[in-house]
Design a protein around this ligand. Structure first.
Ligand code: EPU
Length: 338
């Protein structure tokens, strides 16, 4: 393992932000990670863990040891008539895993095609798209405690998954490093096409027979049509969560804005698309200097190149304030500020 000093994190975050890591190490196995954590030199040094850097906003240089997780490997560990269980290294790219699983004809991950980031980061915020969240295919994960370097398994219950939430973002924040995730995938396909855009896209593609591959291709098409490619325009996907509000508040809102979209999540809770609120507040396509709000999806803040984390943070604050002023709803960021 190589330990480097004063390393630019620009290639390691999808926002393409410049920030320097005081120390930087890349680990390729759980053993290597444990050795690093137990080394006396690093025991009391602050640490920051980076996966694919697809959900972070770097607002300053990092005066800490930045550990990049590059643990690879996809292994079939169990199989029965209907399912296979894949244990996957935390450093595998999420989309590579989806393509591997689609290639094998396993179903469960196809709706989650083209999400940037690594496998280890996926359970942190229970990634989800087009009607599926990873908690539905999650079996367990292994993680190493940062202070003691002890290895521990977490089942689905213990991860306490919620909408873009898990125990690793809350009670256990900053305490564990995920090293592998085991998924339970289906050999008998069960397709999820309820999300409106998928059906329409499949029809546009003239798909006659539904397959995991066709769904994956439809999702890729939809994402490419709305979401900027981080390789071209820096971004971290949705910047805010979609707010859930009490039904009474939603009904009031609808009296004032009859077009407001909303989806029931519980008998008395409604989820409102933050992208709609931001667009209505006039931000869609807004640009100031090198940062802005994406023109095709208002929920995505972008760095056109050379923008700073501080500028994005400031813009996010202005978007929050104006949405709150207009609709009485305070948006919560989905991205982690560092
Ligand atoms: N909308 C607008 N204007 C916009 C954007 C959206 O009016 O500029 C409204 C439209 O009514 C649209 C609705 O919002 O029908 C939903 O938009 P979209 O399907 O693009 O999804 P989203 O709610 O904006 C969520 C996830 C995405 C995920 C998509 C598809 C969150 C925070 N975001 O976005 O996840 O890909 O659904 O399932 O839940 C991510 O987390 O980084 C991410 C991209």
């Amino acid at each position: 393992m190589q330990l480097l000093e004063n390393v630019s994190l620009l290639p390691y975050n999808t926002f393409g932000l410049e920030a320097k890591a005081r120390y930087f190490a890349e680990v390729t196995s759980p053993d290597e990670l444990r050795q690093l954590l137990l080394a006396p030199r690093w025991q009391n040094e602050p640490k920051l863990v980076l996966g694919g850097g697809s959900n972070v906003l770097l607002t300053q240089d990092i005066n800490a040891l930045v550990i990049r997780i590059a643990i690879k490997g996809i292994e079939k560990i169990k199989e029965d008539q209907e399912h296979v269980w894949l244990r996957v290294g935390a450093g595998e790219w999420w989309h590579d895993l989806v393509m591997y699983s689609v290639g094998k004809g396993y179903s469960g991950l196809e709706n989650l095609s083209l999400i940037p980031g690594t496998v280890g980061a996926a359970p942190m915020q229970n990634i989800g798209a087009y009607g599926v969240e990873i908690r539905e295919v999650f079996e367990e994960l292994e993680a190493i405690h940062i202070q003691t370097a002890d290895l521990r398994q977490f089942g689905a219950e213990e991860c306490r998954f919620g909408y873009r939430e898990s125990v690793f973002k809350r009670d256990l924040r900053g305490q564990y490093i995920i090293t592998s995730v085991t998924f339970r995938l289906s050999k008998v396909p069960s397709f999820r096409t309820s999300y409106g855009d998928i059906q329409k896209t499949l029809a546009d593609m003239n798909v006659e027979e539904l397959s995991t591959r066709a769904i994956s291709e439809a999702v890729i098409r939809i994402r490419q049509s709305k979401l900027p490619d981080p390789a071209q325009i820096g971004n971290a996907g949705s910047f805010f969560k979609n707010p859930e509000i009490p039904k009474a508040q939603f009904n009031q809102l609808r009296e004032q804005y009859p077009a407001v979209p909303g989806y029931d999540t519980a008998p008395d809770r409604v989820k409102v698309p933050a992208g709609w609120l931001i667009e209505q507040a006039g931000w869609k396509g807004f640009r100031e200097g090198q940062v802005g709000v994406h023109a095709r999806q208002a929920l995505v803040l972008v760095n056109y190149g050379g923008g700073t984390g501080e500028q994005i943070k400031e813009l996010a604050g202005r978007v929050q304030d104006s949405v709150e002023e207009k609709f009485g709803i305070r948006l919560t960021p989905e991205v982690n500020f560092i």
